[in-house]
Design a protein around this ligand. Structure first.
Ligand SMILES: [Zn+2]
Length: 259
């Protein structure tokens, strides 16, 4: 399996990260992509990626931090690190109109700048979009970005198709295992397999039956199992497909760049 979205530099992993990564490996998680956050020095984040073979990283400014990023010129800081070997994506970036921690206009401005930065570096983008589908879609279209993933996708089938048509991958997380998540289950059934990714988004959003606990990459197996059941596929086959998809998107296939 490939856990395509985690926050392993989160404080919640400070005491047992080594154990968390090795138990993920024992449960079949071959690769993990982890997202940098503003509170972690970038150099420290890169050391973490170097320490564990299975880890890859993404740098970017979360929409929650858009305002702070403008004030402290964070984008300029990130720019210098995008060529590092284990940085395989720009993210997570996007729009969040639910919390509105930063004003909409500033979120949009930082989002556009980062989409362009990703194009400059031919890196895929990892998109966070909450209650902002129309604007997210429009901005991605206007900036002509066609390489990326909608992380923890929570939209409906039509929205899934809109992003699919732009070339985007759809990543499903813990909520697909929740009994009442009809929309996510529908998307899980209908998303074309060549664009499906899976993720834990840990430490948040633990899947059933671990709901309420600290989430970790080893719980990815519950998400895989649920989607396999919905699609009436065997888990091994779904694992192979989603792992291959992730390696392709993040440039880890033998024949495309960053191994
Ligand atoms: Zn995230």
């Amino acid at each position: 399996m490939f856990d395509t979205h985690t926050h392993l530099s989160d404080k919640q992993f400070a005491n047992d990260l080594g154990k968390v990564i090795s138990s993920a490996q024992e449960d079949g998680v071959e690769k993990i992509l982890t997202i940098w956050d503003l509170d972690t020095p970038i150099e420290g984040f890169l050391l973490l990626l170097e320490k564990y073979d299975s880890l890859y990283g993404a740098l970017g400014i979360h929409p929650h931090n858009a305002q702070e990023a403008v004030k402290n010129k964070i984008l300029e800081k990130i720019r210098g690190y995008l060529k590092k070997e284990k940085i395989v994506a720009l993210g997570e970036i996007g729009l969040d109109y639910h919390y509105l921690n930063s004003p909409k206009e500033i979120q949009k401005e930082i989002f556009r700048k980062q989409l362009n930065l990703a194009k400059e570096h031919t890196l895929p983008v990892i998109i966070h979009s909450r209650e902002a589908t129309a604007d997210t879609l429009q901005i991605i279209k206007e900036e002509k970005v066609n390489q990326g993933v909608m992380h923890c996708f929570s939209g409906n089938l039509n929205e899934m198709r809109d992003f699919f048509n732009l070339g985007f991958y759809i990543s499903l997380a813990g909520p697909v295992t929740f009994p009442k998540a009809t929309k996510a289950k529908e998307v899980a059934r209908e998303v074309p397999q060549e664009r499906l990714l899976i993720e834990t988004d840990c430490p948040y959003l633990a899947p059933q039956p671990m709901r309420g606990k600290r989430n970790e990459p080893s719980f990815l197996k519950y998400i895989l199992a649920e989607i396999a059941e919905i699609r009436k596929m065997n888990k091994e086959e779904l694992d192979e497909i989603t792992t291959k998809n992730a390696k392709y998107l993040f440039g880890l296939m033998k024949n495309n760049a960053k191994k």
